[in-house]
Design a binder for this molecule. Structure first.
Ligand code: NCD
Length: 327
């Protein structure tokens, strides 16, 4: 398929990524974050044109998706984003690859690196895995989630969704609710949303809010009613049972009663409050379907749509950093 020329609205906003890799939301600073959001906005509009052909921003370049943990939306979102930029994409089915034969993370990455990809997108269960890889390869590394540590493109797509809905992130009160302890989404969002001027609250039972949270500059609440009072955005987190050691909650039924977002609890938030969730959702555990599927309050589908635009912005800006105008 022939690639399309880059529309002016995108070309004007394309600036180099501030760092060689995107490993953490803290790699950004306020001007860089706003520049990426502006670029992502332009991609979002472009993506809505049904006839859009792939752009030539990454033509002839390869993006490798390396997912050691299961993923539906993040891996497909990166794949679509890279294809829309004209890149060739290889998604490694890690279960069926040499990894299943015991090849280590580093061996796998070094092997893939020898095939000279432009960007390696990595998800791994160990915190710090993407950082480790970035020191071993010659391409740019994008962290698509490392353990409970960081998931920076999720924070970017969440900020994009919030900015498009409210016009600005600054000045909003965002309540991040539930299993903060095991959530890389929470850690990345705390960093980016605070950087953009939002007031971030953490709301959950003491067993699911890490004690370090006091140092993160967020207000902490152990009751939904108090935590949601006046919140403009209610961001629910998945209860990450696979990362829990020991019983941190009595039962999922009881969890829903106290912490699950339903209409009654949502009414405690500010008038016009919006609901977010990174997916996958445990319906009836941390969120009621009635709220999740109500398009007048739920931004969950928009988050998925904005995921593609935000990842296009990251991939394009990293390529711009590596090659400048010399595409
Ligand atoms: C999140 C993740 O993998 O960290 N999901 C996602 O990227 N869409 C959140 C989660 O798994 O609960």
């Amino acid at each position: 398929m022939t690639e399309a020329a880059v529309p002016d609205a995108i070309a004007e906003r394309l600036t180099p990524f501030p760092t060689d890799h995107f490993l953490s939301a803290t790699d950004l600073n306020p001007p860089a974050a706003h520049a990426l959001l502006d670029l992502a906005d332009a991609f979002a509009e472009h993506n809505r044109q049904t006839s859009s052909r792939p752009l030539d921003l990454m033509a002839g370049r390869t993006v490798v998706n390396l997912f050691f943990e299961n993923s539906t939306r993040t891996s497909s979102s990166f794949e679509i984003a890279a294809k829309r930029l004209g890149a060739d994409v290889v998604t490694m089915p890690v279960q069926a690859s040499s990894v299943a034969k015991g090849e280590t993370l580093i061996d796998t990455a070094v092997t893939l690196n020898a095939m000279a990809p432009e960007i390696l997108v990595v998800r791994h269960g160990a915190s710090g895995a993407a950082h480790l890889l970035s020191q071993k390869v010659g391409c740019a590394v994008v962290n698509a989630g490392d353990g409970r540590h960081q998931h920076p493109t999720q924070a970017l797509l969440d900020a994009l969704t919030i900015r498009r809905t409210f016009g600005d992130v600054g000045g909003l009160t965002v309540a991040i609710c539930g299993d903060v302890a095991h959530s890389r989404v929470a850690r990345s969002n705390i960093a980016l949303l605070s950087m953009l001027g939002a007031r971030v609250r953490l709301v959950g039972p003491p067993t699911l809010i890490p004690s370090a949270a006091a140092r993160w500059g967020c207000e902490v609440f152990h009751h939904m009613r108090e935590g949601l009072a006046g919140a403009d955005v209610v961001m629910m987190l998945r209860l990450q049972l696979e990362r829990m050691e020991g019983a941190l909650i009595p039962s999922t039924r009881e969890y829903f009663r106290f912490w699950g977002l339903d209409r009654e609890k949502l009414a405690w938030a500010a008038p016009g409050a919006k609901v977010m969730h990174p997916g996958p959702m445990n319906r009836g555990v941390e969120i009621d379907s009635d709220v999740a599927d109500d398009l007048t309050v739920s931004l969950i589908q928009q988050q998925v749509e904005m995921g593609v635009a935000a990842r296009m912005a990251v991939l394009a800006a990293l390529t711009e950093r590596r090659h400048g105008g010399g595409r």
